[in-house]
Write a protein that binds this ligand. Structure first.
Ligand code: NIG
Ligand code: ZN
Length: 387
């Protein structure tokens, strides 16, 4: 039962919703951690003695980031696809098949090492919870393997057998949808908490609204929570947001192209809009207007979508900076979306906040306030604090 007191905190961001900006900022505070949980928060001058002291020496302490959308289980390299895109090639999801081949060819040990490296990279930038999707296996055995390996590092695992129709099934789409909603789902369920679908009607690779509904309803019947990749490729209305709201999905992710009707539907729902600004950045797409979503009363989350195709970045601070610069969020709104907002998209109220009794998932920012996360883009200020 070792207790640690953290002192020297210039700004403590609790995200306890107690203030107008929802950050619940306290200055001159100290935090005591015992057995991995926050045991006490109070004025620095009244900090109790403890077995161990960490002096953060005038830095900010914020909730560890919650990265609620990632695809970390993959092998291979698509940097050439990125370079081609920067010369004008559009993103259409076709490159996913290349990652599927490389991932199937990798051994468990190779994939485990790749995942561990990426998770460490995230922690080094302040992320303490990560959701990880399958979706580069696309056979029963390869999807189960991806989820089994993901479950070794997180409880937030998502079955994405409906990422794209793999090449060997492209002329039998309906049969692939049956496989995903039947045998593959049954094998995936023991390792998954969520099910997700890439719903994009104009794409030859992704799934239309009817196909996506079939997969999601099967997932729900099997006890999984629902998530949707929706309204990414546009322009033009995509059915992903409407489907997510109709089915009561926890989150619809991307939301790059939204109609007024989509915003209204989200505002009247419990579905979180998870924005992935790294994708717009890396695919040269228009950024969605996050301020418009918040003004309408939509719950907004931020995540990296770390994946080899549309955004190979593991950096939540970069997402915060992009959301402020390109999506109209204030630094406070962006930080909230990257912590408590993202936790909400995972149906979690125990993470993304610093509260007594909650887990000590903490990130230290090498600056006097959270403002520096957006103010100093690309500078490695944030890191998870090992207590
Ligand atoms: N849109 C679908 N899936 C990923 C990209 C996957 C890839 O291109 O490898 C995304 O979230 O952007
Ligand atoms: Zn994704």
């Amino acid at each position: 039962m070792t207790a640690t007191v953290i002192t020297g905190i210039a700004e403590l961001v609790t995200c306890d919703d107690s203030t107008d900006d929802r950050l619940g900022i306290r200055t001159d505070a100290a935090v005591v951690v015992q057995d991995g949980r926050v045991a006490w928060i109070g004025p620095d001058a009244q900090a109790p003695s403890a077995d161990r002291r960490i002096d953060v020496d005038g830095r900010a302490l914020v909730p560890g980031f919650v990265d609620s959308h990632s695809h970390l289980v993959f092998a291979g390299d698509r940097s050439a696809e990125f370079a081609a895109r920067m010369t004008g090639q559009p993103y259409d999801g076709g490159g996913i098949a290349e990652t599927v081949s490389a991932t199937r060819a990798a051994s468990d040990e190779q994939l485990r090492a790749l995942i561990a490296h990426r998770v460490a990279e995230m922690r080094a930038q302040g992320t303490t919870t990560v959701e990880i999707k399958s979706g580069y296996g696309l056979s029963v055995a390869d999807e189960v393997r991806a989820l089994r390996l993901a479950a070794e590092v997180t409880t937030e695992t998502t079955f994405l057998g409906a990422h794209v129709v793999p090449p060997e099934w492209r002329h039998r789409r309906a049969d692939y949808v049956d496989l995903v909603s039947g045998e593959m789902l049954g094998a995936a369920v023991p390792y998954a908490r969520w099910i997700d679908v890439f719903c994009e009607p104009g794409s030859p690779y992704a799934f239309d609204a009817d196909e996506a509904r079939t997969v999601l309803e099967a997932g729900r019947a099997a006890g999984l929570g629902l998530r949707v990749h929706g309204n990414q490729l546009g322009p033009g209305p995509g059915p992903g947001v409407q489907l997510a709201v109709q089915l009561g999905a926890a989150s619809v992710d991307h939301c790059t192209h939204l109609t007024d009707g989509d915003v209204d539907a989200l505002a009247g729902s419990g579905t979180v809009a998870t924005l992935l600004p790294g994708v717009e950045f890396c695919t040269r797409s228009p950024f969605p207007d996050a301020a418009r979503l918040l003004a309408a009363g939509v719950s907004v989350a931020l995540a990296t979508d770390c994946n080899p195709g549309t955004c190979y970045s593991s950096s939540m601070p970069l997402m915060i900076a992009l959301a402020v610069r390109e999506m109209g969020l204030t630094p406070a709104q962006a930080l909230y979306a990257a912590t408590a907002g993202s936790a909400r998209s995972l149906g979690r109220d125990d993470i993304g906040r610093i509260v007594v009794g909650g887990p000590a998932d903490l990130a230290v920012v090498d600056a006097p306030s959270h403002l520096h996360l957006a103010y100093r883009p690309g500078v490695p200020l944030a890191a998870a604090l090992a207590v």
